[in-house]
Design a protein around this ligand. Structure first.
Ligand code: CDP
Ligand code: MG
Length: 145
């Protein structure tokens, strides 16, 4: 079972799309093993988006991501990293396939509703930016009758 880091970005959260987006993950069979509401600060943004520092859009990206609350989740499932990227669709919603989360809920190539890790290495790195081990509830649980 693979884990991936997902962010429901400030645009989608503020537009009240979080419930619909989380419902899609559940419908597709992913398991939520960690989740929190938080507001990114510039330091957190610079760690999460380290590979984008110096790009022309970096300042606007950080401004957007730190402007309002977002939801961070860890999703678990078979081949979760690639499957969640597929479910999210292309970075620019104009190029995203019909039915993908970005096609449905993104505004443009910056305000694009969701983030997901793009490789096992980035998932391992990104999950621990937002969550410590005790917050990742990936054990076997049985709800009591
Ligand atoms: O999020 P994803 O991995 O699909 O795309 P990325 O190329 O890694 O870019 C990270 C994020 O930066 C995007 O999701 C956009 O929010 C933002 N971005 C932007 O604001 N302007 C661009 N020209 C490219 C990306
Ligand atoms: Mg990326």
């Amino acid at each position: 079972m693979e884990k991936t880091l997902v962010l429901i970005k400030p645009d989608a959260f503020a537009l009240h799309y979080s419930g619909d987006i989380i419902k899609r993950y559940e419908q597709e069979g992913f398991r939520i093993v960690a989740m929190k509401l938080l507001k990114m600060d510039e330091r957190l943004a610079s760690i999460h988006y380290a590979e984008h520092i110096g790009r022309p859009y970096y300042g606007d990206l950080v401004g957007f991501m730190t402007s309002a609350p977002l939801i961070a989740l860890v999703l678990e499932g078979e081949n979760a990293i690639a499957r969640i990227r597929e479910l999210h669709g292309k970075t620019n919603p104009a190029e995203a396939a019909d039915g993908t989360i970005r096609k449905l809920y993104a505004t443009n190539g910056r305000r694009n509703a969701v983030h997901a890790s793009d490789s096992p290495e980035s998932a391992a790195r990104e999950i621990h930016i937002f969550f410590n081990e005790t917050e990742i509830l990936d054990g076997e649980y049985h709800v009591m009758e």
